[in-house]
Design a protein around this ligand. Structure first.
Ligand SMILES: [Fe+2]
Length: 179
């Protein structure tokens, strides 16, 4: 179990400060806090990008930071170029929440928890999005970021987060998988 304040989460993930809507930011932080309470870890910094990865070289927090930062930049560039703007906050919050499920899917003992072994990736994040009443557009981003579920991306915001996730994960695979 990880008991952590919203301020401490923002310190670990300053990308939360990219969210313009204060109420939405607060809800996203509440979701992170609830996932942390269900974790079998005692430190967010100890969680790796994936089972078997080194949390220092390829950490979960760094992955979320990268996906959120890339999503923010892409969303801003999209709005500079396109006539119909997308919702930058949806991209940022969707990125911050896309892998929040990993906190309960991965085990401090190594490998996956019972939840991670029996429930598909992203479903815990989707459940928390529903519980806390985030806009459906953000729940969709979480649900459609992974090929583990069959939901295609149905918004520019969802495409951006899924592709940003692919970039960040691809770089981890490039540098870590062939060691
Ligand atoms: Fe991810």
């Amino acid at each position: 179990m990880i008991q952590i304040s919203k301020e401490e989460i923002c310190h670990l993930l300053p990308q939360f400060d990219l969210v313009q809507d204060a109420a939405l930011k607060d809800v996203a932080l509440s979701i992170w806090q609830e996932a942390c309470l269900k974790a079998d870890w005692d430190d967010l910094k100890a969680i790796p990008f994936g089972p078997g990865y080194d949390a220092v070289r390829a950490g979960f927090l760094h992955h979320v930071a990268a996906v959120t930062q890339y999503s923010y930049v892409l969303a801003k560039a999209y709005n500079d170029l396109e006539s119909e703007p997308l919702n930058v906050d949806y991209c940022v919050v969707g990125a911050l929440l896309h892998d929040v499920c990993k906190i309960v899917e991965y085990s401090a003992a190594g490998g996956r928890t019972a939840w991670g072994n029996h429930v598909s990736h992203a479903i815990y994040g989707v459940a928390l999005c529903e519980k806390y009443g985030v806009p459906l557009e953000i729940t969709h981003i979480v649900a459609s970021h992974t090929s583990k579920l069959s939901m295609p991306n149905k918004s520019p915001e969802a495409i951006i987060v899924a592709k940003a996730d692919g970039v960040a994960a691809g770089i981890v695979h490039l540098f870590e998988d062939n060691k």
